[in-house]
Design a protein around this ligand. Structure first.
Ligand code: COA
Length: 180
């Protein structure tokens, strides 16, 4: 049984990885920052500036209420992290958004699947009507495949909106999943 509510000490067996998704704590930050830095330095998926200090990265990733940041713990280590919350303030705040990062050495173990399942259930339980991903790099085919498997559709692609470290200017997909 996967921990979806946040605090339960439950896990999910997938292959050899037992994954527990729970709220991130201050004690998790150093491991989250190591993942954040590696993902941003890859230059393939997020438009965060490279070389952010721990303090600046923390301000971007640790989502305040009414959002939240969670970690996926596998083998006693933080294998991945996700943040979620309203996509827009005020009259746009009934649509959620989220971001995901998995440690490069822990990919294809089901960690993002567990994180995304948590995000979907948390968003629905929190009363959001839909989830929108604003900027999925079109060449990030693994992520596009994963979000599609989980019911997200590509609504539009903003041409050449991301400067990919390998392919140069590529599009950003807006992806959407209704929760109704
Ligand atoms: C994209 C990312 C979050 C996926 O995390 P993950 O834990 O490896 O994903 P999962 O193991 O849950 O993958 C589930 C499914 O997604 C698809 N998938 C994930 N990564 C893939 C890849 N590199 N190539 C092809 N398919 C992939 C597969 O269908 C996979 O199922 P399978 O392993 O049974 O074939 C991870 O690669 C990552 O952190 N990348 C850098 C940051 C990023 O891209 N974040 C998302 C931005 S939108």
């Amino acid at each position: 049984m996967v921990s979806r509510g946040g605090d339960a000490d439950a896990g999910h067996e997938r292959g050899r990885a037992r994954v527990v998704v729970r709220p991130a704590t201050d004690a998790d930050w150093d491991e989250i920052y190591a993942i954040f830095t590696q993902v941003v330095d890859e230059g393939r998926t997020y438009a965060y500036p490279e070389g952010l200090s721990s303090c600046d990265a923390r301000a971007l990733w640790m989502e305040p209420d009414p959002g939240r940041t969670v970690v996926a713990v596998a083998g006693g280590r933080v294998g991945g992290t996700a943040k979620m919350g309203p996509n827009r303030p005020g009259r746009g705040s009934h649509v959620a958004t989220a971001s995901f990062m998995v440690h490069p050495a822990q990919r294809r173990l089901g960690i993002a699947t567990e994180l995304a399942s948590h995000v979907i259930e948390w968003s629905r339980a929190s009363g959001y009507r839909a989830i929108q991903f604003n900027a999925v790099v079109e060449t990030n085919t693994g992520a596009v495949e994963l979000w599609t498997k989980l019911g997200f559709a590509i609504l539009a692609t903003v041409p050449e909106a991301f400067d990919d470290a390998v392919n140069g200017y590529v599009g950003l997909h807006v992806m959407y999943r209704s929760l109704r």
